[in-house]
Design a protein around this ligand. Structure first.
Ligand code: NAP
Length: 305
């Protein structure tokens, strides 16, 4: 993966557009995070901007925790259209926004920001809808009629996945997390959002319980970070899986995780998280440039090259 041209908040000091050396196009879009140098967002968004002939650069900006509000206000002054927000700034960005979309209000975190002409900052979240689109594309499965298991449901991405499933009125949700205490508030929130969705929890170390609960699930989503390292085991013992349980791993590097390999070995369909990255990005792009062609195919081509 290519390292990005990396900026910092200090580069946004002037009330003038930010530019890359030797590039006449002003920087008007960015992803902010820490670390952020290896984000794929600049590559995939720039590919779409170039294809549409937009006079705009998209870069990565490294921002220190505690500085997000200041950074956003500097971006607005420097003429930015919007930005994406990645770890660890999604909560801080939520607090810095003047108004939120329904999805951002439900999740309590923001991954997409739009600077409005009236000077206000609008916070959205496209992670949940991006996940739903990617799972639908991979397995031809709608959240609205699905029985969904999520391992890592207590983490940021897992919580957003569970709340998206509730927003879409999933048939049932099975929540799994190493630290089970993190699931209490989430379970209550899901029930309030979607009283018709059945919610259960199973401890991560209860293999028998998992095996029996997975018998009535259509898809297992891995939202843990287990699988990022080459020698990681699957986050769920392979013996708990079954051939009709599709596996969606939010991790996309490596392209095939230990959990995906375990699923494929028993004939179950499996997909990695690249589709989620692409779809959340395409939805963000559509919010900055309404009415432009769907950005996902160009983003996918760029990342597959
Ligand atoms: P996070 O908030 O730190 O949550 C991490 C989750 O992983 C928690 O549920 C945690 O359980 C669990 N976990 C960590 N180590 C574990 C272990 N050894 N055994 C069992 N569970 C363990 O991280 P996040 O931001 O949600 O990200 C989670 C994953 O999703 C990452 O791999 C990230 O790359 C991926 N992601 C992908 C996309 C995409 O676009 N494809 C978007 C967002 C995130 P505890 O609660 O017990 O600590």
């Amino acid at each position: 993966m290519t390292a990005n041209s990396l900026f910092s908040e200090a580069d946004l000091d002037a009330d003038a557009p930010l530019v890359l050396n030797g590039d006449p196009r002003p920087v008007r879009l960015a992803v902010i995070g820490k670390p952020v140098s290896h984000s794929l967002s600049p590559r995939m968004h720039q590919a779409v901007l170039d294809r549409l002939g937009k006079d705009t650069r998209y870069v990565a900006i490294s921002v220190e925790p505690g500085r997000v509000a200041k950074c956003l206000s500097r971006m607005a002054k420097a003429g930015f259209i919007g930005c994406n927000v990645t770890v660890p700034h999604k909560h801080e960005a939520f607090d810095a926004c003047d108004e939120h979309s329904d999805a951002a209000s439900t999740f309590g975190v923001v991954n997409t920001i739009r600077f409005r002409d009236d000077g206000t900052i609008f916070g959205d979240n496209t992670d949940g809808a991006g996940l739903e689109a990617a799972v639908g594309e991979a397995f031809n499965l709608r959240f609205s009629s699905a029985r969904i298991a999520i391992v890592g449901a207590g983490g940021g991405a897992g919580r957003a996945a569970a709340l998206q499933a509730a927003r879409s009125r999933a048939t049932s949700l099975l929540l799994i997390n190493r630290t089970t205490s993190k699931l209490r508030e989430l379970t209550d929130k899901i029930t309030a959002l979607s009283p018709g969705t059945t919610v259960d929890t199973v401890p991560l170390d209860d293999c028998e319980g998992l095996r029996s609960a997975f018998a009535s699930c259509d898809v297992l989503i891995n939202a843990t970070s287990v699988g990022l390292k080459p020698d990681d085991p699957p986050p769920i013992p392979a013996a708990c899986l079954h051939p009709k349980l599709a596996v969606f791993d939010m991790i996309y590097n490596p392209a095939e995780t230990p959990l995906m390999r375990a699923a494929r070995e028993i004939g179950a369909p499996a997909a990695n998280g690249l589709g989620m990255l692409i779809h959340q990005g395409a939805l963000a792009f559509a919010s900055w440039f309404p009415g432009t062609p769907h950005a996902a195919p160009t983003m996918r081509r760029e990342l597959m090259d």
